[in-house]
Design a protein around this ligand. Sequence first.
Ligand SMILES: [Fe+2]
Length: 250
Amino acid sequence: MKILHLSDLHFHTNTKDNKKILKTLDKVKEKYSNHFIVVTGDIVDDGHEKQFKNAYNALKDLKGRLFIVPGNHDFGAAGNFYSRERAARFDEMLAKPLDQGGTFSFDNRPVVNVVTEGNDQVLFIGLDSNLETESPFDFACGEIGKLQRNALAELLSDSTTTYMKKILFFHHHPFIRNDPFMEMKDSAKLARTIYGRVDAVLFGHKHEMALFENTWGIPFISASDNSPGKDKGGELTIEEGKVSFQYVQI
Ligand SMILES: [Fe+2]
């Protein structure tokens, strides 16, 4: 099984501002027609209805092999001001019609999908890392929250998932420190929950590509930059119970 990681698509209202991301997605569809695609949030720029429509139209061909999570720009104007209306819109206009098997806004649990290919069973776990708060500082920071962390702990301890490979993905960067606009408030608690228990972690938010190997007891932790116009993406391969990571040309 091959998985391509994209992030921070930032679909705009005006179609002429989406040229780069549309071109990138066209290349992905052509070159990676059998890959699963994970998009780690900021799919739209500020949660406007037209932006979600544009994103849906561009992503609908990937339905069935696409996994998404929301970022701060999906749930809030300018990525700083949380809006219940925009959060609900993400679910109604993207998560549900793109058959994510769950929703992300408000008090959600992790969105979980099991995919089997050959002898490999892979658990895709999507989290909403947006902190649903009125404070613009807290909102851009993000948080996984107790409810999702507890549900995640339960899922990872469940004997039915023992032999599955586990790919965890969310939007916010868990290694940013001392930045009131960027850091994930409960990343240390998340680390304790997932330490040595998942095979790969994928996220975006910072628009900077980076790979952290064997960190938090996890083989591959990959940060994607913003994908529009970029010619490089992270690729996970799962084959006969082995997980590997490489960068590929888009
Ligand atoms: Fe972001």
